[in-house]
Design a protein around this ligand. Structure first.
Ligand code: A2P
Length: 336
């Protein structure tokens, strides 16, 4: 259990970030990667059990070939008690197949946590809930499988997947506004390590929403960068401990609104990119805010006014149109 260094060791030179490569490994021909490190990243007192899992991918085609912002698939093998339990449960309840792949965002840069390009890291929260009708325990097969692995175990992975949530090819030329909820923070960890180790000098904001302060993931790493780089602004929204201006739960979109003075002109610059990663619900708060500040990241779909969008319920069928009307070259999203 060792925390990775956030600064590139002197002897490592940062060659260009690789071209975007897709699907080097598939469900039919997955990569067997070895678990080399694993540690809890939510506080020990938190019931949201989140783990940082580091896999050795050296000598594979994926080494140095994935890009931060991409995902990999994890194939739960059923070797572990929890996964077996849930796969059986799913098969009975929903008829879903065992060995279903679950995608997870990569949380390391292409240089890995070892800076040699031998590893890939994942940030995973155990999915644990109860079936509403039966009260039976439901455990996510893939998340519990990967959180249960031990150092030395082999994990079957596929990918890399995704080409629309990446840093641009010339990342130092842009400003960034990153917004995340929960484990949606994963890609930003690697992005920030990558940016600051390449000499990033423009502006970067990170808005991070979690239920309790015990659930803030990689807090020490983000503070590390915030302490050293005045161009990095790190803001948390702790929904169940803090209240927004209306006395409701504090969400990332409320924090964005609080920092509007500093964000409005920044967000309108053509060299500013915005990224949303995490709960889909975040979009229903962030789009209306972007319209309200007259942001050029969003465009009005035909027949809708800004007021219409402010008043739109989450169930509205207009949301996909609003989503499509964003500037897709500058506003990226990976929500679920
Ligand atoms: P809450 O659940 O308190 O309402 P996690 O994935 O670890 O559960 O964290 C998700 C975070 O995102 C929580 O703080 C959660 O708040 C918050 N959240 C829930 N719904 C929304 C939404 N519609 N917009 C923004 N944040 C949200």
């Amino acid at each position: 259990m060792s925390k990775p260094t956030l600064e590139r060791p002197g002897h490592i030179s940062l060659s260009p970030v690789p071209e975007t490569t897709l699907n080097l490994y598939t469900q039919k021909e997955p990569l067997s990667a070895t678990v080399v490190d694993k540690y809890r990243i939510s506080d020990l007192s938190s019931p949201n059990y989140c783990w940082h899992v580091v896999l050795d991918i050296s000598a594979s085609q994926m080494a140095r070939k994935y890009r931060i912002g991409q995902s990999v698939g994890v194939i739960p093998t059923g070797r572990f008690h929890n996964a077996e339990f849930n796969l059986a449960h799913n098969q009975i309840r929903k008829g879903t197949l065992a060995r279903k792949i679950r995608l997870y965002s990569i949380a390391s840069t292409c240089w890995g946590d070892d800076w040699e390009g031998n590893t890939i890291s994942l940030c995973i929260k155990r999915e644990i809930s109860e079936d509403i009708e039966s009260g039976e325990l439901v455990m996510g097969a893939a998340s519990n499988y990967i959180c249960d692995v031990a150092i030395g175990d082999q994990v079957m992975i596929t990918g890399p997947v995704g080409k629309s949530f990446l840093l641009p090819d010339n990342p130092l030329d842009y400003n960034y506004v990153f917004a995340a909820t929960g484990t949606g923070i994963a890609p930003y960890r690697g992005m920030l390590i990558e940016l600051f180790n390449q000499g990033f000098e423009k502006e970067a904001w990170l808005f991070f929403g979690v239920p309790y302060s015990t659930d803030i993931l990689y807090d020490d790493e983000f503070r590390y960068f915030a302490d050293r780089h005045s161009n990095f602004h790190y803001v948390t929204a702790i929904s169940r401990e803090q209240k927004n201006d209306q006395g409701k739960r504090m969400y990332v979109q409320d924090r964005l609104a609080q920092y509007a003075d500093q964000l409005v002109s920044l967000l309108n610059q053509p060299t500013t990119l915005m990224y949303l990663c995490g709960l889909k619900g975040m979009e229903y708060g962030i789009y209306p805010w972007l319209y309200s500040i007259g942001s050029n990241l969003v465009n009005l779909p035909d027949g809708l006014s800004i007021q219409d969008i402010q008043d739109l319920p989450r169930s509205s069928k207009e949301w996909p149109r609003i989503e499509r009307a964003r500037d897709k070259d500058r506003l990226f999203k990976e929500t679920y």
